[in-house]
Ligand binder design. Structure first.
Ligand code: UD1
Length: 438
């Protein structure tokens, strides 16, 4: 079902979405939890695992290291009893920067690792300096050599680590290495994303001693290798996927129920959707209904680390604001190059102007279908939303980006009444030009 890169999506827009969508497990959670399995010579069962191309890349990384990984539907079995090598090569890490997480885990278990630097990506330069500095503070010796981080640590020792910025990846990498360090590590100005909490909960389920995850100070009391053991664990729902469908419901005057969500993870988005004019109704502890009232008002949005408005929803929300009444101002504070959807949205009749890290969105009455291409994962999601809102036919190319983060997108959208189909590569005649990305 996962695609080649030349497929295209065809959307007949301007139909209201109606029905229920079951949200999948969180991509940004499962990738790190898979990496965490490296820490212990044990067997793990992960549930609510989405079938995504990013999960496949992480599977390849773990298999390269020597782990046995099998996925059956949404259940993944990982046997981390044997590790045969401690490197992660460029060919894999450059496909997905989240795989850099194995650096901390390998250092913890094997005291050595050689992991390719992920490099820049299409949404910005995205350094790993905070990961490296944090691991060095725990006692690792790290040399950057020919595009690789080569790390050794005869012993890791807990430290107080203050992050310059609350980086999700750095918090996770340091947390993983600190699990088996001697003594306590305190990460201050830590990232507070729900995926960090999920990783900490998983680590605790396998015998680690972590508290404070979800606040800006995380305390990791080091444990011994023999204290760690296997675990069965269910991945949290994907708040970004959930929000993408919520935004699409709002933009199509739809009436959509989201199942298998944690509403508390979506507070900033719920607030903005209500401000725009959508109605959000709590239907149960894990269920929300979103009703697009047809009245959309311009909003100002500033992306922030959690619990602020997520950068991953900046592009999808922009697609909604293109048809809101008035002028919206969107400020992207995390990534310097995350406005790549603008040119494509404007091809569909939107009026968006970029000035540095600010996008000015002048609402138009309607978008019209066009041929567009996804430049990265969330820009791709924005184009899907725009296509659902637009009159006429939208064709979206370079779907490999969208496949990284949206499980069964076509099936889920068709299930709520969207007129969307995927045309396979052999019928499109389009050559693959997609570069590797974030
Ligand atoms: C994760 C998410 C991504 C999300 C991002 C911010 C995964 C797989 N990806 O990415 O979807 O958009 O959080 O919520 O979980 N930075 C540095 N030096 C570092 C690390 C980060 O300068 O060593 C900067 C980055 O350039 C960026 C900011 O810190 O401006 C936040 O990045 P970070 O939180 O680390 O994002 P990721 O973990 O890469």
């Amino acid at each position: 079902m996962l695609s080649t890169q030349q497929d295209k999506l065809v959307i007949e827009g301007a139909y209201a979405l109606n029905g229920s969508v079951k949200v999948s497990g969180a991509k940004n959670s499962v990738l790190k939890i898979m990496g965490a399995c490296i820490l212990s010579a044990s067997k793990f069962e992960l549930r609510n695992v989405p079938q995504l191309s990013d999960v496949r890349v992480m599977t390849e990384v773990l298999r390269h290291i020597g782990l046995v990984v099998e996925q059956q539907d949404d259940v993944m079995f990982i046997d981390a009893t044997h590790i045969s090598r401690t490197d992660a090569p460029y060919e894999l890490v450059s496909k997905m920067r989240a795989s850099f997480i194995v650096l901390g885990a390998l250092l913890g278990r094997c005291h050595e690792a050689k992991v390719s630097l992920p490099g820049g990506c299409s949404i910005g330069k995205r350094g790993v300096d905070l990961h490296i500095k944090g691991l060095q503070m725990l006692g690792a010796e790290i040399n950057l050599n020919q595009g690789y981080a080569e790390a050794v640590a005869s012993r890791l020792e807990g430290k107080e680590i203050l992050l310059d910025t609350p980086s999700v990846g750095a918090t996770e990498n340091i947390m993983l290495a600190a699990v088996l360090a001697e003594g306590s590590t305190v990460i201050s100005n830590a990232a507070q994303e729900p995926e960090i909490v999920d990783l900490a909960n998983f680590l605790n389920a396998m015998g680690a001693d972590i508290s404070g995850a979800g606040t800006n100070e995380i305390i990791i009391n080091g444990v011994r290798q023999q204290d760690l053991h296997g675990a069965t664990y269910t991945i949290v729902p994907d708040r970004i996927e959930a929000a993408t469908y919520m935004i699409a419901a709002a933009g199509t005057e739809g009436n959509v129920i989201l199942e298998n969500i944690i509403p508390g993870h979506l507070n900033s988005v719920i607030r903005k959707l209500e401000d725009v004019g959508a109605e959000i109704i709590t239907e149960g502890p894990n269920t929300l209904r979103v009703i697009g009232t047809g009245k959309l008002e311009a909003q100002n949005i500033v992306t922030q680390p959690y619990p602020g408005f997520p950068t991953d929803l900046q592009a999808p929300f922009m697609a909604l604001l293109t048809i809101a009444n008035g002028v919206s101002i969107i400020t992207e504070t995390l990534y310097e190059n995350r406005f790549k959807q603008i040119g494509e949205l404007n091809r569909m009749g939107a009026q968006v102007q970029q000035e540095g890290d600010i996008a000015v969105v002048t609402g138009v009455p309607k978008l019209t279908g066009a041929q567009v291409k996804a430049s990265d994962l969330r820009a791709g999601a924005a184009l899907v939303i725009a296509g659902l809102q637009a009159e006429g036919t939208t064709e979206i190319f370079e779907l490999s980006h969208i496949d990284r983060g949206y499980e069964c997108l076509v099936e889920k959208l068709t299930g709520i009444g969207a007129r969307i189909s995927r045309v396979p590569a052999e019928l499109t005649g389009i050559a693959d030009t997609t570069p590797a990305t974030n």
